[in-house]
Write a protein of this length. Structure first.
Lengths: 192, 312, 427
């Protein structure tokens, strides 16, 4: 889950683009194919986006998969606010939407997020999922894997793997929210 | 938020946030596992100095669905009869490491006093004839659902008639204060004997003409009238009360199209509300109960979800 | 019980009328300063007012029964700090002072432990029950010499019982001091002046008319019987009007106002702080104005503290359950100076009349409330009219801490109090 806070303008260093729009689109297309390949089709497939940007990425992946398969794929949103292990350490967080398309028991759930970093968001998502049902399998698709894992989590489908320093900030920009598509890195002391 | 003692503790942003989060909380009711981990390890004590199965259960479920450890203490008539002061009772429980008290008390102001004594957060679950802020929140939650269902949003321009025993009602005070924040237009309807002193300073129209108020109301909120009020010479008979201030079948038929009925419960069918009105399609009574759990989950989450502003 | 005795020369004191004088105290009475021996103990009273010792008609000393809240010793020590040389101990103790024996017991406590004179108030009705007369005559004839009778805390609401009590006490020049509260208009739960505040706070209201309807009834009963009526703690504009009307008719009625009803108003209860719960309740500004005016023009004859100490556990209840009452002895003079004298509404001679002379007359107390002239008992208070300070409720001689003035900036006038020639308090 990307940090929704904007870049700190006082840093004096503007973030550098590491993935541009066309590259981002190609990555997503490749991920869509990989997901279908791994699942041997779109049967029983449910894409669950993790707010905020994971939701939009899930929608794009679903559209790509639907194009390939010629039929729609089930998508939904999974808010993990209540499951965060740092819930108390922060000011009261707004709770996002959770919308599950029907039952997920025995489905193959693909969690979709923008950046995989510590792995804590995904752990929380798995916890949240467990309260919603019992999928046959849970897979993880992320646009960017930037390393620095703190928990034993690995992605099944990765758009781009990017080497980063721990204090660098990786931001995924999506046209739906940010006006354009890109992945940027800034050294702002932020957590990405 | 440190405590929720009065509906006036909420500004527009916090009230809206509570209502919005309640929407998400309500989804939990339809899940296979009705549980969120947000308040794991928190201890919430529901201390009720007067009986209220409905409110206590609602808070208990809300706490449990958020994974808090919820303990019910029935303290009815305990402290004074045993010679223990309210302060000592609360300090004793507070010393056990409670994170929040949900307190119901027959005396006005009890929750305010307790908040001044204890370290834990305090939620007022009804204090005497003073306030019941979570009831006003769940009323607003049900009203908002209703407004959205008829294709309208927001409270601005809506007329909410609150009818009945305003003098002894904590629900009316909290609703007036909350709607002042949310923007709904409250109209107060009661026999003159059941109007609080100074009600004219509350900033809403007051009338004893229910039919006139009914004709304009988008929401008709009926308050329970207690039979023992007759002994206090507040009104002559149930029949006369129902005639003037009951939501009779005739008044049900006279309601504006799209208008809905609220009642904080428990209802006195045949007195302030006819059975036809209580069970009418536009009655939000059961929605209020269902929404009550979600709203209380949201309130607990807002008070206890973060350590910020917690124990000093 | 005094901290010193013998002779004392107070030099350069100003009297209420503005004149300056030396006061020589010898053997408990005021003597000719010229006769003071050379080495006598002196108090330099330059810039200080010397006033007759204050007399309170309305004090709850809680002994016997609630010695955890106050005792005769602690209550009268508070009285001395407040400039009082005489207090009237109300009858609502446990047991109630409704017999000659009970009255003599309190009288003896006062003689043994008192830091000022303790006059005993007898109950009007047995056990404050409002039904049968207490032993009024025996109390009057006892060594306590009771002259003031009151069920204070409760109203003698039965009109016939009130009529009989008034008639009965006439034979020994007694006075019935009434706690005026219609028990139906202001029931036991009533705890807040009926107003927009009670409405908003959801507190049961105590309308001002619940007081004045009883005052109106009682002054007419006083007229009917020709007896003396004293109206305790007048708190409303309507009551002031009724008393004014009654006095104009020549009815033998006197009235008192408490310091808190002169200064403190209803909004103070907005935080449900039970320190401010008192009966009758704190009223709104228009009533405060009316009682101030009544006190200034003499409609209200006296200031009575209604000093009502309570143990903490009796205040740490919900507002409607907590016991009503607040301390008053230590700050009474400060409040009257602040509200009445410093505002120019009352001069010092009038203050002396309201806080010393009138209450002594109403209570038929011999040797109190007397002018400071040679030959009179040496009961006096030295006052610095310009001293001020923030009240510290913890620094009190009272055992109780329900001080409504805690944290308030008020005059701090009492320099020393002298009772029967002995210094009972000195700053």
């Amino acid at each position: 889950m990307a940090d929704p806070a904007p870049d700190t303008p006082t840093s004096g260093i503007s973030p550098r683009v590491v993935v541009d729009g066309p590259e981002l689109a190609r990555s997503l297309a490749r991920m869509a194919h990989q997901i279908l390949e791994a699942n041997r089709g779109a049967d029983d497939l449910v894409l669950l986006g993790i707010p905020t940007r994971g939701v939009f990425l899930a929608r794009r992946l679903a559209a790509l998969i639907a194009d390939i398969e010629g039929r729609p794929v089930r998508i939904g949103e999974l808010d993990i606010t209540m499951y965060r292990d740092d819930l108390r350490a922060n000011p009261t967080r707004r709770v996002g939407r959770t919308a599950i398309p029907g039952r997920i028991d025995d489905a193959v759930v693909v969690l979709v997020d923008d950046v995989l970093f510590s792995g804590r968001t995904i752990t929380a998502a798995i916890d949240a999922l467990r309260d919603l049902g019992r999928p046959r399998a849970v897979r993880l698709a992320v646009l960017v894997d930037r390393g620095h894992r703190e928990l034993p989590i690995a992605a099944d489908h990765v758009g781009r793997t990017i080497q980063t320093a721990a204090d660098e900030r990786v931001q995924v920009r999506l046209s739906e929210l940010d006006g354009d598509d890109a992945v940027t890195i800034g050294r702002t002391g932020g957590k990405r | 938020m440190r405590h929720l003692l009065s509906a006036s503790d909420l500004d527009l942003a916090s009230a809206t946030s509570i209502l919005d989060v309640a929407e998400e909380m309500q989804q939990v009711q339809s899940r296979p596992v009705k549980k969120l981990p947000a308040l794991r390890g928190r201890t919430v004590v529901n201390i009720f100095f007067e009986d209220s199965t409905r409110t206590r259960t609602s808070f208990e479920i809300a706490g449990k669905w958020l994974s808090a450890d919820t303990i019910n203490v029935s303290a009815k008539g305990s402290s004074v009869s045993k010679g223990e002061s309210l302060r000592d009772t609360m300090l004793t429980l507070d010393a056990m490491g409670v994170d929040a008290f949900v307190i119901r008390h027959p005396s006005s102001g009890a929750a305010h006093q307790v908040a001044g004594w204890v370290q834990a957060k305090v939620i007022n679950a009804g204090d005497g004839q003073h306030e019941h802020p979570t009831q006003a929140l769940l009323d607003a939650y049900s009203m908002r659902h209703h407004f959205r269902s008829i294709g309208s949003d927001g409270f601005a321009g809506k007329k909410i008639a609150i009818v009945g025993d305003l003098l002894h009602s904590r629900v009316v005070r909290s609703n007036v204060l909350l709607q002042r924040t949310l923007g709904g237009g409250v109209v107060l309807v009661a026999p003159p004997t059941l109007l609080p002193t100074g009600v004219e300073t509350w900033g809403c129209p007051v009338t004893s003409d229910f039919d006139a108020a009914l004709a304009e109301a988008d929401i008709v909120m009926m308050l329970r009238v207690q039979r023992e009020r007759m002994a206090g010479a507040f009104f002559p008979s149930e029949r006369e009360y129902a005639e003037g201030y009951g939501l009779t079948e005739a008044r049900l038929a006279a309601m504006k199209p799209g208008a809905a009925i609220c009642h904080p419960g428990p209802m006195n069918r045949g007195v302030e509300i006819s059975s036809a009105a209580a069970d009418a399609a536009n009655s939000l009574v059961l929605d209020q109960v269902a929404g009550g759990v979600a709203v209380r989950m949201s309130v607990l989450y807002h008070l206890l979800g973060s350590d910020e502003g917690a124990k000093q | 019980m005094t901290t010193s005795s013998g002779s004392l020369l107070i030099t350069g004191a100003r009297l209420a009328d503005g004149t300056s004088t030396d006061l020589y105290i010898s053997d408990g009475v005021l003597a000719d300063p010229a006769s003071a021996p050379a080495g006598v103990e002196r108090i330099d009273a330059d810039g200080v007012l010397a006033l007759p010792g204050l007399v309170d008609l309305h004090t709850h000393l809680r002994q016997p029964g609630r010695e955890d809240a106050e005792t005769v010793a602690s209550g009268t020590a508070a009285a001395a700090r407040g400039g009082y040389t005489c207090v009237h101990a109300m009858a609502n103790t446990d047991p109630v002072t409704d017999t000659a024996e009970a009255a003599e017991y309190v009288q003896a406590l006062g003689e043994r432990d008192g830091h000022c004179q303790v006059r005993v108030v007898g109950a009007v009705t047995r056990g404050l029950g409002g039904a049968e007369l207490a032993e009024l005559g025996l109390m009057a004839a006892s060594s306590a010499g009771v002259r003031v009778f009151s069920d204070d805390g409760r109203c003698v609401d039965d009109s016939l019982v009130m009529r009989r009590a008034l008639t009965y006490v006439k034979s020994f020049d007694g006075v019935v001091a009434q706690h005026s509260q219609d028990p139906r208009l202001a029931g036991p739960g009533a705890c807040c002046h009926e107003s927009e505040y009670s409405g908003r706070l959801g507190l049961p209201g105590w309308p001002s008319q619940a007081e004045s309807v009883i005052v109106a009834r009682d002054v007419q009963l006083a007229e009917l019987t020709g007896s003396r009526l004293h109206v305790c703690h007048v708190s409303t504009a309507e009551s002031v009007d009724v008393v004014r009307w009654a006095k104009a008719r020549g009815i033998r009625v006197t009235a008192e106002v408490t310091p808190h009803h002169l200064l403190l108003d209803t909004p103070l209860v907005s935080d449900y702080d039970t320190t401010f719960k008192v009966n009758p309740p704190l009223r709104t500004a228009e009533h405060l104005e009316a009682v101030r005016e009544g006190l200034a023009d003499g409609t209200i004859d006296s200031v009575g503290t209604d000093h009502a100490p309570h143990a903490r556990q009796d205040k740490d209840h919900p507002f409607d359950v907590a016991l009503p009452g607040m301390l008053g002895l230590e700050q009474a003079l400060a409040v009257v100076v602040d509200v009445m004298v410093n505002t120019g509404r009352m001069d010092w001679p009038t203050l002396v009349e309201r806080m010393s002379a009138a209450p002594a007359r109403i209570g038929r107390v011999v040797g109190q409330g007397r002018p400071l002239v040679v030959g009179e008992p040496a009961n006096l208070v030295l006052v610095d009219p310009s001293a001020r300070g923030v009240v510290d409720g913890a620094a009190s001689a009272s055992r109780a801490r329900n001080n409504p003035y805690h944290g308030r900036d008020l005059p701090d006038p009492v320099v020393a109090t002298i009772w029967k020639g002995g210094v009972t308090y000195r700053r």
